[in-house]
Design a binder for this molecule. Structure first.
Ligand code: C5P
Length: 281
């Protein structure tokens, strides 16, 4: 039996460079994991069954964990079956890559548990097939990435500062936002020239998300949330991925705690997580 933590990510920046001929968008991003995590427990069994503590999470082949298992069985000759328990804390459809993280962590764990002998490249190929931000979760550290998000350029180090993750319980379909116009386009940069060790002020200066305007236009409460985070003491605030989670960044835990009370009072229906950036792995 093996039990692994499957961490949530935020995007410190997400620049959209343009639309590609395959319908996807070229982007450049800095992914960072936070301490918010799901827990996946896996044991070899007679038949594969996924159980999850959150009823809304599908446990059939639309779950990315099951997708990974099916690819391993159909194309990599995997004969084993697994009983999988998914204890979910990361909100689904919240821009924090919960499903993608689960897929990558399951793949890494099964590779170890059953000695599958898959290389990093094998795992990256499987994961790129089922999503765009899935490959990143093979890494423990923050990473610069480009392409659809699946091309990892380099790992980086960020300060492990407190971050308040606020999920307004709005599900934003990523495809609709990318396809809906109002995207802010940014010229492609050379990510290999970005700092590998990022300081606090540098981190704040990087905060930018080309999808924010499109999502805020559909869900104006997210703009209000971001403004409230900044007014209540965050040194920086940004929507993560295609939303709907908006995060605030703080230098100290005291700063975060004060802001957390204000946010909880003003947005009683939202889900708030006190967390921390996983800076250096
Ligand atoms: O690949 P993933 O499932 O994360 O993306 C969901 C949808 O978001 C894609 O089907 C695509 O419409 C859009 N997308 C995009 N460009 C990206 C990533 C996602 O247009 N780089």
């Amino acid at each position: 039996m093996i039990s692994v933590r499957s961490y949530a990510k935020i995007n410190i920046f997400l620049h959209i460079n343009g639309k590609r001929s395959d319908g996807y968008h070229d982007l450049q991003t800095l992914f960072a994991q936070t301490e918010l995590h799901d827990t996946i427990t896996i044991d070899e069994a007679d038949r594969t069954e996924l159980v999850c503590n959150v009823p809304e999470i599908p446990v059939d082949s639309s779950n990315l964990i099951v997708r990974v298992k099916d690819i391993l069985s159909s194309r990599y000759g995997l004969k084993k079956e697994y009983s999988i328990n998914l204890e979910k804390n990361i909100p689904a459809g919240g821009g924090m890559g919960g499903g993608s993280s689960n897929a990558a962590c399951f793949l890494k764990a099964v590779n170890n548990l059953s000695d599958l002998g898959l290389s990093y490249c094998d795992m990256a190929e499987i994961l790129a097939e089922i999503g765009s931000d899935t490959v990143y979760f093979l890494h423990d550290k923050p990473c610069y990435a480009e392409g659809r998000g699946e091309e990892i350029v380099s790992e980086a180090e960020l300060p492990s500062v407190p971050v308040l993750l606020v999920n307004p319980n709005i599900h934003v379909p990523t495809g609709e936002i990318f396809g809906g116009g109002n995207l802010k386009l940014t010229a492609k940069a050379d990510l290999s020239r970005m700092p590998l060790v990022v300081g606090y002020e540098e981190l704040l200066a990087m905060l930018d998300n080309g999808l924010e305007a499109a999502v805020f236009a559909k869900h104006p409460v997210l703009q209000i949330l971001k403004t409230t985070l900044l007014d209540s003491g965050a040194d920086g605030a940004l929507m993560s991925g295609s939303g709907s989670t908006v995060f605030g960044i703080y230098r100290t835990d005291e700063q975060l705690s004060g802001a957390c009370s204000i946010i909880k009072e003003k947005f009683a229906d939202f889900t708030v997580f006190k967390s921390r950036i996983k800076g250096a792995g």
